[in-house]
Design a protein around this ligand. Structure first.
Ligand SMILES: CC(C)(COP(=O)(O)OP(=O)(O)OC[C@H]1O[C@@H](n2cnc3c(N)ncnc32)[C@H](O)[C@@H]1OP(=O)(O)O)[C@@H](O)C(=O)NCCC(=O)NCCS
Length: 176
């Protein structure tokens, strides 16, 4: 049985391995296969994110994390930094449950939106987030913070034309 719970400091050590496993999904896309061997977010950075109070893990029956969503509060938005589900646990609704938990939490905090950056055309990236009501921001819709994140990603080798920033407007989500 999987439960979604707030991440604890002691979970941090397990998260890089989950990201590593999750990233193997990109081996299915030849031009992005290199991502599968890329660097992972360090346990130290996870500890800092967890301390911010906006990170959740999907834990199995033994309380071991098999997926996580790391986010942080940036102004009036909850920004999702990372979402990963271990490869052998993908496609079972765990990613959906983590995103739903983050949306619920952001709503309870009274935040205006949830933001993130992702790949436009990878099935489990932008199209996955669209199912929750996230929309791709274009041109003027991309604020300075998100533009700066996209540009940092490009500096780290991400193909900028394939990346996008997305936003879920929470008041809009409530009235859907
Ligand atoms: C993105 C990710 C966390 C999704 O987690 P998951 O547990 O596999 O997703 P779910 O089982 O909850 O699927 C939710 C929806 O996404 C769709 N989806 C998930 N994986 C998919 C895939 N490989 N191909 C097509 N659609 C997919 C499902 O169809 C599902 O929609 P539905 O409920 O309407 O059928 C997971 O695929 C992953 O870790 N990927 C690698 C890392 C990554 O890309 N992270 C996101 C970075 S922004």
């Amino acid at each position: 049985m999987i439960t979604i719970r707030p991440a604890r400091t002691e979970d941090a050590g397990a998260l890089p391995q989950i990201e590593q496993s999750a990233g193997r999904a990109f081996r299915a896309i030849p031009e992005l296969a290199w991502l599968a061997d890329g660097d992972n977010v360090s346990a130290e950075r996870h500890r800092a994110l967890i301390a911010g109070g906006a990170c959740w893990v999907a834990a199995d029956g033994r309380q071991q994390p098999v997926g996580f969503l790391s986010a942080g509060i940036e102004g009036v938005a909850l920004h999702i930094w990372e979402l990963d589900v271990r490869l052998d646990r993908q496609g079972q609704g765990i990613g959906r449950a983590l995103v739903e938990r983050a949306i619920e939490d952001a709503g309870q905090r009274g935040l205006a939106a949830i933001t993130l950056t992702t790949f436009r055309a990878v099935a489990w990236n932008a199209p996955f987030y669209r199912k929750f009501g996230f929309r791709v921001l274009e041109d003027a819709g991309i604020d300075e913070r998100l533009a700066s994140l996209l540009s940092d990603e490009a500096e780290h080798g991400m193909p900028l034309d394939q990346r996008c920033a997305m936003r879920l407007d929470l008041s809009r989500a409530d009235t859907r």
